[in-house]
Design a protein around this ligand. Structure first.
Ligand code: KIV
Length: 296
């Protein structure tokens, strides 16, 4: 696998992220928030990495924002491996985390471990992410024992969309909030190095963030988490569906692409592209021969 060589300068590692939280325990104002974004291909990974994002998640949101599926459930391991390799090749500083897709860790432990190892060995992932809290205790312990750093994911877990009955804010009742706290604690106890909190009330996310020793990474979980993650297509304005209210759009790249393509089509149709300067020229001697490119 060819990877952009590591400059050795400021490479983000799992211990770095843990240390950021530990060191800031005494003085929360010194804590530098963790920046995370998704990426699925080489150029995006390079741009994110060079812009200084700390963690790049090859999310199984791939299924929806890149492959056009209705949800994430049909994404396969082979698709995730393919995209993780591309992201790894474009990343030099950020920590690369690969999302384990639905079905790749839901059968037995041996199978799940084998699948997680493929992300490390075949795609260069530095960690994997799995969805679920208490029910993933054994799995997360097994993966961390095998030296695979694990990022947990609790709250709204998109792979449970059918069980949850839709994409809804989680932890809104007292019982649900208690369960979410138990889930986050279980993920930490099992050895995860960070946990994504998705679509949970900000007060609950703040409480979990205060309690856990590992960093919390919020998405739709308010500003008090230790870090934030967004789907890069939402941030760039490259999605076609309505996005949730937490998905702030920082640019409208979709509009830029559409405008460029419309201009190109117009130029081709009107003869404005390519110009003479954008064309190759035959040497004068061959230009004078009438049968320049034709064998008689
Ligand atoms: O798949 C994904 O992109 C994710 C993030 C939104 C956390 O799981």
């Amino acid at each position: 696998m060819s990877v952009v060589p590591n400059s050795g300068n400021g490479k983000i590692t799992v211990p770095d992220l843990l240390q950021r939280k530990t060191q800031a325990a005494g003085s929360p104002s010194s804590f530098q928030k963790i920046t995370c974004l998704t990426a699925y291909d080489y150029p995006t990974a390079r741009l994110l990495d060079e812009a200084g994002v700390d963690v790049i998640l090859v999310g199984d949101s791939l299924g929806m924002v890149v492959l056009g599926h209705e949800n994430t459930l049909s994404v396969t391991i082979d698709e995730m491996l393919h995209h993780t390799r591309a992201v790894r090749r474009g990343t030099r500083r950020a920590l690369v985390v690969a999302d384990m897709p639905y079905g790749s860790y839901h059968t037995d432990l041996a199978d799940s471990l084998h699948n997680a190892m493929r992300f490390v060995k075949e795609a260069g992932a530095e960690a994997v992410k799995v969805e679920g809290g208490e029910r993933r205790l054994e799995l997360i312990s097994r993966l961390t024992e095998a030296e695979i750093p694990v990022m947990g994911h609790v709250g709204l877990t998109p792979q449970s969309v059918n069980a949850l009955g839709g994409y809804r804010v989680q932890g809104k009742t007292a019982d649900a909030a208690e369960q979410l706290i138990r889930d986050a604690r279980a993920v930490e106890a099992a050895g995860a190095f960070a946990v994504v909190l998705e679509a949970v009330p900000r007060e609950l996310a703040a409480q979990i963030t205060r309690e856990l020793r590992i960093p919390t990474i919020g998405i739709g979980a308010g500003p008090d988490c230790d870090g934030q993650i967004l789907v890069v297509h939402d941030l760039l304005g490259l999605t076609f569906e309505q996005t949730p209210k937490f998905a702030r759009q920082y640019a409208n790249v979709g509009e830029i692409i559409s405008k460029a393509v419309r201009e190109y089509c117009n130029d081709v149709r009107e003869g404005g592209f390519p110009s003479d300067a954008e064309s190759y020229h035959a040497p004068q001697a061959t230009r004078d021969r009438k049968t320049m490119f034709i064998d008689s």
